[in-house]
Ligand binder design. Structure first.
Ligand SMILES: *[C@@H]1O[C@H](CO)[C@@H](O)[C@H](O)[C@H]1NC(C)=O
Ligand SMILES: *[C@@H]1O[C@H](CO)[C@@H](O)[C@H](O)[C@H]1NC(C)=O
Ligand SMILES: *[C@@H]1O[C@H](CO)[C@@H](O)[C@H](O)[C@H]1NC(C)=O
Ligand SMILES: *[C@@H]1O[C@H](CO)[C@@H](O)[C@H](O)[C@H]1NC(C)=O
Ligand SMILES: *[C@@H]1O[C@H](CO)[C@@H](O)[C@H](O)[C@H]1NC(C)=O
Ligand SMILES: *[C@@H]1O[C@H](CO)[C@@H](O)[C@H](O)[C@H]1NC(C)=O
Ligand SMILES: *[C@@H]1O[C@H](CO)[C@@H](O)[C@H](O)[C@H]1NC(C)=O
Length: 490
């Protein structure tokens, strides 16, 4: 009751923004609502990623012969002339009995594709599409133009330096689906298992990638998906007599990894960015305890309500950005991210001949699925222990070159830079390379701290969707991440 009240107030404030799931839908807030309600139930389900039974369970392997050729995209409708890289998309069946299949899009590199690493990209939500958001809005090779029908090349696309695999995950998100509707009641654990099954089958379809350096990247709620999948891969690698995935590192962008730091970081960020008053901030500090097991008081709920009301109608995911207003259809200058991009993507991806070209089922495509988000079953309050395990796994068989928490967007209010810093403090790792500014094209791209087994990089002037707002800086960061080097200070 209380929770429903607390969270319902968070909706409806983004009326002019049809971004990320459309009119006021805030998938992460939705997830927090569920997480909070679980927390009040004693003995709530915990994630058994360590369970031997789970790790040892067999992985479904389906026939993949000839499917790579079927998945090759001859050309995306409206793509610019001179497209000089290969693209593939299609479905990988995860569970033939349920009829569950995950959709992927692979953008290979124009140059050195056969030696460049393979990078998996995951969007969060939970319930948001990695293809529509990740590929078409953030780091993929194309952006959809305002006509909803033509594409332009993103010169800072990440496939310039890696072969990038976008996975719509879990089933029910984007073009991914199941013929068994109960599969849409899912959660962290099923998502990790299905993603692993996907990878094992996909590598049979694309065997040339089997031994390739592999990285997992993602943002927002993928702060859960990425470490959980990485941990599962490391466990499976030890016992499998099938393909061993050559996992080299993970990168998390503006990631939700810990409930307490998300909340404390959020309100401290609001206060230090002049979004809420001293009184509201003070009210939150003195009335709220966001740590596990603490009681959430009425006063705390009320002050949070006040904070959201005080914030007013700004785009939470990039606090200084213009809104996509129905009353203003003029396109902003090209150096600024067009806040209406999400509408163009929605139009494009719901065009029947576009879906055909992508080998997708005819479907009403959505940026984020409210259905998936609303029924999320399991999400731990923190994945910091998983990240700690990954950090320490360095000398095991599968070497982590680095674990990166990019806080990226320092203008993101949703999962703020303050939250990322608090999360890293909780990890209690020691500083090896002290804070310094990193440079990109003669300007400060952001700041870096090298910790033991973890790197923290900020991307200056970027909101939640870092590669959308600061494409050049994001690509520079990503390039150094793949090289295993800290971003340069000159
Ligand atoms: C789902 O059902 C349709 C219709 O029967 C079928 O064509 C499709 O192959 C099924 N999907 C999977 C993944 O089995
Ligand atoms: C391709 O690989 C070669 C050899 O490693 C390297 O010299 C070249 O810079 C790479 N080109 C691109 C565009 O990455
Ligand atoms: C993998 O190992 C399991 C357990 O030893 C065995 O049952 C299975 O047949 C093996 N699979 C392959 C492909 O060798
Ligand atoms: C917050 O709650 C936790 C768990 O009940 C408790 O251990 C901690 O002392 C509380 N913090 C404060 C500042 O009261
Ligand atoms: C829309 O926004 C642009 C750029 O900010 C501005 O120049 C224009 O006057 C606005 N149009 C309307 C109808 O508000
Ligand atoms: C593009 O698609 C969006 C979402 O479906 C729609 O609102 C808009 O009118 C379309 N724009 C054009 C130019 O067709
Ligand atoms: C860093 O990795 C090394 C080697 O795996 C490990 O011994 C050490 O405990 C790790 N430190 C942290 C803080 O994760």
């Amino acid at each position: 009751m209380k929770i429903a009240f607390q969270l319902s107030i968070h909706f409806g404030l983004l009326i002019f923004v049809s971004c990320y799931g459309g009119d006021g839908y805030d998938p992460l807030e939705n997830a927090l609502k569920i997480q909070l309600s679980k927390r009040l139930v004693p003995n709530h389900e915990t994630n058994e990623y360590h369970s031997a039974e789970y790790s040892n369970s067999p992985v479904y392997m389906g026939p993949q012969d000839g499917l790579k050729d079927v998945d090759k995209i001859s050309s995306l409708p409206g793509q610019p002339a001179g497209t000089d890289f290969d693209q593939y998309s299609g479905y990988v069946t995860i569970d033939p009995n349920h009829g569950r299949a995950l959709f992927y899009y692979l953008a290979e590199s124009p140059v050195n594709s056969s030696t460049n690493p393979l990078v998996l990209w995951l969007n969060g939500g939970p319930g948001c599409s990695s293809f529509g958001n990740g590929a078409m809005m953030e780091l993929g090779p194309f952006r959809v133009n305002a006509d909803n029908t033509t594409l332009s090349r993103n010169k800072y696309a990440w496939n310039n330096v890696a072969n990038v695999l976008f996975l719509e995950s879990p089933a029910g998100v984007g073009f991914s689906y199941s013929n068994t509707s109960s599969d849409y009641i899912t959660g962290d654990m099923q998502t990790a298992k299905d993603s692993y099954t996907f990878l094992m089958n996909w590598l049979e379809r694309f065997p040339e990638y089997k031994t390739r350096d592999f990285y997992i990247t993602g943002e927002s709620y993928a702060g859960h998906y990425v470490p959980q999948l990485a941990q599962l891969i490391l466990q499976k690698n030890k016992i499998t007599n099938q393909t061993v995935i050559n996992l080299k590192g993970i990168a998390l962008g503006n990631a939700y990894v810990d409930y307490e730091t998300l909340k404390t970081g959020l309100y401290d960020y609001f206060w230090t960015h002049a979004i809420i008053s001293d009184e509201i901030h003070e009210g939150i500090i003195s009335n709220c305890n966001f740590s596990e097991g603490a009681t959430i008081t009425d006063a705390c709920i009320d002050y949070q309500y006040q904070a959201y009301a005080a914030k007013s109608n700004i785009f939470f995911y990039d606090i200084y950005a213009p809104l996509c207003s129905p009353f203003n259809t003029s396109t902003p200058s090209i150096s600024v991210f067009d806040p209406c991009t999400e509408n163009y993507i929605l139009g494009y991806l719901n065009t029947p001949y576009v879906q055909q070209a992508l080998h997708a089922k005819p479907i009403k495509w959505e940026s984020c699925s409210g259905l998936i988000g609303a029924h999320w079953k399991d999400m731990p309050l923190t994945v910091l222990p998983v990240i700690q395990n990954l950090m320490a796994s360095g000398i095991n068989v599968w070497i982590y070159r680095q674990v990166n928490i990019i806080c990226a967007g320092d203008t993101d209010g949703r999962v703020s830079v303050t939250t990322s810093r608090y999360s890293i403090n909780k990890l209690q790792t020691s500083v090896k390379v002290p804070w310094y500014p990193w440079m990109n094209q003669g300007e400060v791209g952001g700041y870096v701290v090298g910790y033991e087994n973890l790197t923290f990089v900020t991307i200056r002037g970027a909101g939640h969707f870092v590669p959308s707002y600061q494409p050049g800086r994001a690509l520079a960061f990503f390039t150094s991440f793949l090289k295993g080097k800290l971003p340069a200070n000159h």
